[in-house]
Design a binder for this molecule. Structure first.
Ligand SMILES: [Zn+2]
Length: 548
């Protein structure tokens, strides 16, 4: 009886409380617009390292000095690559639950490689019959911040995603988004898919028709500061271990880009102008889609992908990377000015993070006696194929090797009567003798692998039976997937897994947070700030220190 009474009182209290707190509308504490910014491949240490060279107080420094900075934000799963990063930021979850185990993965059910945002049931919009437009968030299994915002507002919130990369626009925008726009390197247009609607908004078609990319090519890429600044703070400008995205005759500054006008619209991604294009479309989305104007909170997810292309080619210690960030900083300042004018100074909240960071170029590290090396999936697959053949076994027993995962061909194993244990021990014994591999882990048994707990946990968080391999190899520190030029990312080492996390604006408490947080904490922090449900698969904790 007493219990029933308490229950009734409890129900009444909850109901009254629910009536008082209206989570749908922007209020005194809730922003009219949330802007999520993911800088592709941004390392945490860039913020401090590049600080002296920023030309304005209103870009990165505005977020750092007037907002909250989480200085030890880590990625809690493997692999640390773009698709997984964007998904973790916006779902608060990991590949085990949200399903995005890589940019591409070998699908154990379909028995083929699958691209993270591929969707053959939809068509390109903004360009005819292009495979670049057959994309949607179909492969993401859980809800995103945007989805929860939509659910909380009877789908009245506006939610858009913008990026050069399809996956950088589509995944952050979520399942129920109003639109996602990404760059098609063939046409030089921002495109979309029929998943979102039948045609592009007129304002975007007009933007595409202006072919801004050609006008950027005309300008070429020259340094923002005198050369001696780069000389004093970076590696030498030209190195054998850098890639040559602009051709073999275009090494070092200034880079002429005229030769690409009307011919190669992909090259812009390797220049800071890729960020200009994204900024243009993000700004136009806010203005033309009338975002952040009423009391219903909207979400814009922006991802700057060019830092990733530049970083892969030239590395984190290059002139190109430093100059790219000086220029991005100025673009951010412009963007925040637009937000102040369009939405109002105290009406929006920004978070800025990265999808992953990056290793130094192995050649650069070795030059300075830092441990480093390279490894390739194809190389490992070849070697294992030879090893199996030498033992009288079919090399096709291995279906695929990608993102440090080795996928077994279970049908062939059955018909040839090769057991899981036998194949596992052959491969493990072989790979554990290699100089740049520490150990091979059986994915399903990762929870008891002889590794530090935090690393075991990241393997478990990244494991998904349908989309992960049977084995995973753990490389030594500094070992990068790829060839002799450029660099990469994908592992748990801090150069890949330590990313910036800055919050600024409405509802954010200014300050420094130095305890360890995780990428999966971003989504629950934002949903707590908005007073809405966490994304369905979120495993993170709200970072209470940053909420007012
Ligand atoms: Zn990358």
């Amino acid at each position: 009886m007493r219990f029933t009474l308490l229950l009734i009182v409890g129900l009444i209290t909850t109901q009254t409380f629910a009536q008082k707190t209206n989570s749908v509308k922007a209020t005194d504490t809730k922003p009219k617009l949330v802007v999520g910014i993911v800088v592709d491949q941004m390392r945490w240490d860039y913020v401090n390292k590049f600080k002296p060279f920023f030309k304005t107080q209103n870009g990165f420094l505005k977020l750092m000095n007037q907002g909250a900075s989480c200085n030890n934000n880590l990625i809690p799963y493997l692999p640390t690559v773009t698709a997984c990063g964007h998904t973790a930021v916006y779902t608060g979850s990991t590949p085990a639950i949200h399903g995005i185990t890589g940019n591409s993965w070998y699908d154990n059910i379909q028995q083929r490689m699958v691209y993270c945002v591929e969707d053959n049931s939809v068509q390109a919009v903004g360009i005819e019959n292009s495979s670049a437009g057959k994309m949607s968030p179909l492969n993401v299994w859980t809800t995103t911040i945007g989805d929860e915002l939509k659910l909380a507002t009877n789908f009245k919130s506006k939610v858009f995603g913008v990026s050069l990369k399809d996956r950088g626009a589509i995944i952050p925008a979520g399942h129920s988004a109003d639109g996602a726009f990404w760059y098609d390197s063939k046409s030089g247009n921002f495109i979309s898919s029929t998943y979102y609607g039948k045609s592009l908004p007129t304002w975007l078609t007009n933007y595409n028709n202006a072919k801004k990319v050609d006008s950027f090519y005309k300008l070429g890429w020259s340094l923002s500061l005198p050369a001696n600044v780069y000389e004093a703070n970076c590696d030498t400008d030209q190195n054998e271990y850098e890639s040559i995205p602009f051709g073999k005759d275009a090494k070092g500054f200034p880079y002429g880009l005229n030769q690409f006008i009307g011919k190669d619209y992909g090259k812009v991604a390797n220049t800071p102008y890729g960020n200009n294009l994204v900024l243009d479309v993000a700004t136009q989305t806010i203005i033309n889609e009338k975002m952040g104007l009423d009391d219903i909170t909207d979400l814009l997810a922006v991802s700057f992908s060019s830092p990733d292309y530049i970083g892969h080619a030239f590395g984190p210690n290059s002139w190109e990377t430093l100059d790219g960030y000086i220029k991005l900083d100025e673009l951010l300042a412009q963007f925040f000015t637009t937000l102040d004018q369009q939405v109002g100074k105290d009406n929006y909240t920004v978070f800025l993070t990265a999808d992953h960071a990056v290793a130094p170029i192995p050649g650069y590290a070795q030059k300075h006696k830092i441990p480093a090396g390279t490894i390739t999936d194809d190389g490992i697959k070849n070697e294992l194929g030879k090893m199996l053949t030498a033992k009288g076994l079919n090399p096709k027993l291995i279906s695929a090797i990608t993102e440090f995962n080795i996928y077994f061909n279970h049908n062939l194993m059955d018909s040839l009567q090769v057991t899981q244990d036998k194949l596992t021990s052959l491969i493990t014994n072989y790979l554990e003798q290699k100089s740049n591999i520490i150990q091979v882990v059986e994915s399903r048994k990762a929870a008891i692998a002889p590794l530090p707990q935090s690393i075991r946990e990241r393997i478990v968080n990244g494991f998904n039976p349908q989309r992960s391999g049977d084995l995973m190899f753990i490389t030594k520190s500094g070992v990068v997937g790829g060839g002799n030029t450029g660099t990469g990312h994908g592992v748990f080492y801090n150069y890949d897994a330590h990313i910036p996390l800055l919050f600024y604006g409405k509802g954010i408490k200014k300050g420094q947070v130095n305890n360890v947080n995780y990428m999966t904490d971003i989504a629950p922090t934002i949903t707590t700030l908005l007073g809405i449900q966490m994304p369905s698969g979120s495993i993170g904790k709200p970072i209470l220190e940053v909420i007012q």
